[in-house]
Design a protein around this ligand. Structure first.
Ligand code: BGC
Length: 799
């Protein structure tokens, strides 16, 4: 296994769904799971294809409750490709007599291949398949299959089609909900070689057209075959038989186009799919362009870590999946970052706060992409304003889970697979999504210096969100403090006080402090925006001086719960909860990541205990420097001593089950300076999270994009100490002992940089160009770097 190849030897039905997720091929617009082309959806195989941002809403009645869910739709299966030798059984990987089986995902080139040798009767056949979803042309995918008759002469029959009879059945616990989202409108042929299929989503009425061309080649020469059209209500295919001589090779190229009515610059999607198919060249030409597009991606974003092969493999894989979910192709679309990629149906393709973990990676490589993804939020400002108004607040309140139109998409009930019970889902009270959004906007500005974006989009969102926080904060005269009540923090285990009738907790420290941070940024905009723009925006939003004074007041008097010796309480009253007997639970259940489900199944309630699913208070140390936290706490007139940071880390680390993959990333980060060894262990575990499916069954339902990108970011920003603050790019490395070298490319304020970090020095090389020089600070040594120059900084504690 090299650092660019994910190789699976042998076929393992148990592992197939995980491989499918990890071998998904995609281009930032649509993606297809690494399913066997001959397989239909069932317990072992699940050939899903998803187009980012394409949702459909359906209602289901369960146990007298009607639930509505908006889901990322599983689109017609373009992979569909079956074959058989003579008139034997159609090949099935589950039933075949396999002599060899290997699957490879070439991460560098975004190509999934499969090599099979099997026997049917006394005939040995080898089959090699390669597929990709084109990074160069976001409407194209292709599958090439080469057969070799090793020891026989005879006929081979192929059926290659488009299957519109698919449903959303990828996540077992959602199967009780409505799974049908598509209505097939039309099937037919484009020309002698090609078929097409047009479907429409049932509620959102998005039309999706796929067209597929199958051509056959023997020794590089095109072969004419007699095709039979198979046309059913929601399925269309060509079926043909070809003769093969012993030792001969035959290749079938399937080229597919996919358009939807959401696409731009088209007249109608079915016509676009057919026309584009006819213009599309052969597999090899498409492949060449696809590989070039990937090589360009890597030149933007590759990150190399010393000599650690396994580290590099997982890092490359995670970056690859990040870019298969959102790439430069995505930049033209009105979509957000789905937490589970476009690799499966978990969380229904919804957009959460996980973007907070993805944006920092994209900002430094594809700033135009971040800009576009942030505009997804801007376009939903109206929905956020409506949500705030309806809940009795001002400004804009973004939803915890977002889909097509920006309304709240969180489910209100969920199934605990352990107990089989439907339990209330109160996680939508996570208002901290409204600090994640301003934080990402602000960071984007720091990295790019893009005042235009800030002035026209970012500022309006920050101001409206600040308004929301100001109306959400309640003033307590007796305390002379503001409080934020009835919400929940990132730790989803705690949703209410034990035995309380109402959900919600008071004064989640992370939310309160970050709300103050947001208000401070909103106030800063007064000086940041160009005068006229500020005037216009203030006028449009009717911002008055009194309102700004109110924000200022809150930003100085927000309540922050503390207990013990400098411990920031996760929320008010946290210290009164019971301690959990962690050892007993570990012993009894082994994996206790989802303690909430375990306790519910025991008729107990996780709310009673000091037990967190993921980092909550510690998120503060992830997002803000010790200096920034100190500034805010001093502003709020609370004591703060840097020495309390390790104590806080230790306190919560002991009480966290890491039931979210995001948790490991945050812990690796906050431990990086205090305990490098431990941090590196968390990093390694995060690196394992999807590749080894450490949650035991969640990765097959979709990758964890926040954890993937967040893990890459640990190398890019955490261990290198990279930070864009003010107008200075800072690097303050803290390399773990296993890392002898870090290399990455960056874009910073229109400069294209190459950065090398070793334990001894940091080198920054700015590519030639016309960008303005930048200030770089490494451990207090500040230099101005102009395009075309390179500067080496010796590190202070270099051996
Ligand atoms: C985590 C959330 C996260 C969501 C989507 C949940 O399990 O607790 O923090 O946003 O998954 O990834």
């Amino acid at each position: 296994m090299t650092e660019w190849l994910l190789v699976y030897k042998g076929y393992d039905p148990e592992e197939e769904s995980l491989r499918e997720a990890l071998c998904t091929v995609g281009n930032g617009v649509f993606a297809t799971r690494g399913a066997a082309p001959e397989a239909r959806a069932g317990d072992t195989h699940y050939p899903g294809t998803y187009r980012i941002g394409l949702y459909d809403r359906q209602e289901t009645t369960i146990e007298d409750k009607t639930v509505a869910n908006e889901s990322l739709v599983n689109l017609p299966n373009w992979l569909d490709f079956a074959f058989r030798v003579e008139d034997g059984d159609w090949f099935s990987v589950d039933d075949a007599d396999l002599l060899e089986y290997e699957q490879r995902f070439d991460i560098r080139e975004g190509i999934l291949s499969r090599h099979i040798r099997f026997r049917a009767g006394d005939r040995t056949t080898s089959v090699t398949q390669r597929r990709f979803v084109s990074m160069a042309d976001s409407h194209v995918a292709a599958l090439e299959t080469t057969f070799k008759a090793e020891d026989w002469s005879g006929t081979l029959e192929v059926r290659s089609g488009l299957d519109g009879g698919v449903r959303n059945e990828g996540v077992e616990r959602y199967r009780q909900l409505e799974t049908r989202h598509l209505d097939c409108l039309e099937t037919g042929t484009v020309d002698d070689n090609s078929v097409f299929l047009l479907v429409r989503t049932l509620q959102s009425h998005v039309r999706i057209a796929e067209a597929a061309r199958n051509r056959v080649y023997r020794g590089g020469e095109a072969v004419e075959v007699d095709r039979e059209l198979v046309q059913e209500a929601d399925y269309v295919a060509h079926r043909f038989t070809v003769a093969l001589d012993e030792g001969e090779e035959l290749t079938v190229e399937k080229v597919v186009t996919l358009f939807t009515s959401m696409d731009r610059a088209i007249s109608e999607c079915s016509r676009a799919a057919r026309e584009h198919l006819q213009e599309s060249p052969r597999f090899s030409d498409l492949l060449r362009r696809h590989v070039l597009a990937w090589s360009q991606n890597w030149r933007h974003a590759e990150i190399r870590v010393g000599e650690q092969e396994n580290t590099d493999l997982a890092v490359n894989l995670y970056l690859c999946h990040t870019l298969q979910t959102v790439s430069e192709n995505t930049a033209d679309h009105d979509v957000g970052i789905p937490a589970r990629g476009i690799h499966g149906e978990a969380y229904r393709g919804h957009v959460f706060w996980d973007e907070l973990f993805v944006f920092p990676v994209l900002d430094y490589h594809f700033p135009e992409l971040t800009r576009s993804l942030l505009k997804y939020r801007y376009r939903r400002l109206g929905a956020a304003r409506r949500a705030a108004r309806e809940a009795g607040y001002q400004g804009a309140m973004y939803p915890w889970q977002s889909g097509s139109n920006g309304q709240e998409e969180s489910q209100t009930w969920h199934l605990n697979p352990r107990s089989g019970r439907w339990v209330r889902d109160e996680t939508q009270l996570q208002r901290h999504i409204n600090v994640a959004i301003p934080y990402s906007i602000w960071k984007h500005y720091q990295v790019t210096n893009d005042l235009e974006f800030m002035a026209f989009y970012g500022a309006e969102m920050i101001l409206e969100i600040a308004r929301f926080w100001a109306s959400k904060a309640e003033y307590d005269r007796a305390l002379d403090r503001y409080q934020i009540r009835r919400i929940i923090g990132p730790d989803e285990f705690h949703t209410r006080y034990p035995d309380a009738d109402e959900p919600g907790l008071n004064n989640n420290a992370y939310t309160n402090i970050m709300a103050v941070w947001t208000l401070m940024r909103a106030l800063e905009l007064t000086d940041l925006l160009p005068g006229r723009r500020r005037e216009l925006l203030w006028e449009k939003l009717e911002i008055r001086r009194l309102e700004l004074e109110h924000w200022e007041d809150i930003s100085r008097k927000m309540f922050v719960p503390l207990h013990g010796d400098g411990i920031i309480s996760q929320f008010e009253g946290y210290e009164k909860l019971e301690e959990l007997d962690w050892d007993a639970y570990r012993e009894k259940y082994g994996n206790i990541q989802r303690l909430d489900r375990i306790l519910e199944a025991e008729d107990d309630d996780i709310n009673r205990y000091k037990a967190s699913k993921q980092a909550d208070v510690l998120m503060l140390f992830y997002l803000l420097s010790a200096e920034q936290i100190g500034d805010i706490l001093h502003r709020l007139r609370y004591p703060f001593d840097r020495d309390t940071i390790p104590r806080n880390i230790d306190y919560y680390l002991k009480r966290t089950s890491h039931g979210s993959t995001l948790s490991g990333v945050v812990h690796a980060w906050v431990l990086a300076r205090a305990n490098r060894e431990r941090s590196w262990r968390f990093f390694k575990r995060s690196l394992e999270s999807d590749i080894s499916d450490i949650q035991g069954g969640t990765t097959p339902e979709g990758i964890h994009l926040g954890a993937m990108a967040g893990t890459v970011d640990l190398l890019q920003r955490c261990y290198s100490g990279l930070e864009a603050r003010g107008s200075v790019l800072r690097l303050e490395p803290c390399l773990p002992s296993d890392v002898q070298k870090l290399h990455f490319n960056l874009q910073y304020r229109s400069n294209w940089l190459e950065v090398d970090v070793t334990p001894e020095k940091v080198s920054v090389h700015a590519q030639p160009g016309s960008a303005s020089p930048i200030d770089v600070d490494v451990e207090g040594q500040r230099r101005t770097i102009s395009p075309g120059t390179r500067v080496d900084f010796q590190l202070n504690d270099a051996a």
